[in-house]
Design a protein around this ligand. Sequence first.
Ligand code: MN3
Length: 247
Amino acid sequence: MYITTRRAFIAATTAIAAFAKSDLALAQTSDPQPATNSRTTPPEPPVGPSGPFVQPPLPFGEGDLMPFIGQRTVALHYRRHHASYYNNLNIITKGRKYAEMKLEQIITEGFKDEDKSFFNNAGQAWNHDRYWESLKPGGSKVPGGRLAQLIYDNFGSLGEMKTKMVNASAGVFGSGWTWLVQDGARLSILNTSGGDGPLTSGKTALFGIDVWEHAYYLDYENRRPEHVKAILDNLINWDVVASRLEV
Ligand code: MN3
């Protein structure tokens, strides 16, 4: 009994020491950022080759989507998750045919070849590029022009479209995305799994909401629909969404 307890004690103290050490390392490698909450801003991800794939800059400050998406969520999401897909791509495409391709081409070629690591990393790089672009602090209120008309024709109202999208997002099992897509005069909601997106089904992606847990867990815990609704009501850049409509 004594040995078991002592072993457990040693295991526990070793784990605590290792955790404290990694926490210290995290704090020491962090770059200075304006503090918008009490947690330390995460360090940059490990750097692979710097090209040929380059992660686009965020179109807003990391704290600008508050209170709907927290500063730490955006920092982790952009600097760790999104950056890692670019980093991985630069590593795995070295010397391969994929190094010469655009992201869209890697997604369609990688899908055909069932080359999942290329497909997933290019897919996630592309999905996130478009995700950040379609968000705007304060949103742009409501869609106008042809986009508004198409939403009306296909869903009856903007409110109904949002409700359908929130409900659909709850049905993504595990990690994935919920999209508003266009196919001619038809708009619809599409769920995709993992790093997949609308390109593989030939649909035009108007915008997608990331429903991987890393996108919302720090702010909303497991309340995914609440997060999706907050984005739809407050952060969508409808002007960017309208600019993606195919004629
Ligand atoms: Mn993500």
